[in-house]
Design a protein around this ligand. Sequence first.
Ligand code: CAA
Length: 285
Amino acid sequence: MNRQRVGVVGGGLMGGGIAEVCARAGLEVVVVEAGPDLAAAAQRRVEGSLGRAVERGKLSAEEREAVQGRLSFGADLEVMADRDLVVEAVVEDAAVKAALFRRLDEIVARPDALLGSNTSSIPIVRLARATRRPEQVVGLHFFSPVPVMNLVELIPSVLTSPETLAAARDFAAEVLHKEVIQAPDRAGFIVNALLSPYTMAAIRMYEGGHATREDIDRGMRLGTNHPMGPLQLCDFIGLDVVLAVAETLYAEFKDPFYAPPPLLLRMVEGGLLGRKAGRGFYAYG
Ligand code: CAA
């Protein structure tokens, strides 16, 4: 089935990136944020990214005009009424996401619309149960920066129908041209279940004074060809998101392996959230 009309709820780094790749794939996209200022900021972020794509010769000026023409930004969730697919990309908080799914269920009029979540770690079934159409809810987890990273994790819950799963796979693979892996509906899915213990171990190593942050990062960049070291990556993802993912994993498995170290908790409490805050493990200009 043709899913031309896409809605993205949340226009941050992830939501903005998802909206951008959808519009670049020829789809008509509305992005809804929590207020007009946030909607304007989301629009600036996506247009800035498209501008950089033009500067780097990845997009022509005419293509950018066409992509921007397919994108609109606002603060009224009611515009989701006519959408074929809605992707939720709001804050990594189970209660906030569940409340949003409840509202989307009331608003999205199309009976066969897909409802996707970009959660990094929250069980999809919990979000599905907030709706009266749990069989149409699926995890569609993108990676940052969305225009660059080729992966989408596809997560069916125990209630997702085979039709929804097939349609979501088709959307990610055939329409967005992403590589798709199917992940279990367990906290962290595949990628964060592996990434989170690694970043937690790096923070513990730094917190324990066993190595400098620079050496930890250089070690993993030069020793294993990771594009970023683990502490740089935490700053890039956002320490609040890194913490939320670790807490979800720890709550599910109760294994100290997943436990967020005190330093991470204190940094988040102190607002040192990484690049987006200007300071995390490193300072940014
Ligand atoms: N939007 C679009 N394109 C971007 C971009 C952005 N925000 N940032 C970088 N790029 C592109 C650049 O245009 C460039 O493309 P070309 O080579 O074709 O010109 C390419 O990416 C490389 O960029 P740079 O040369 O500027 O910088 P870099 O080589 O240091 O790469 C990076 C930047 C792509 C971010 C790289 O460092 C990287 O891959 N880092 C790891 C990212 C990662 O692990 N992401 C997953 C995080 S986990 C997550 O998202 C999910 C979760 O649930 C927490």
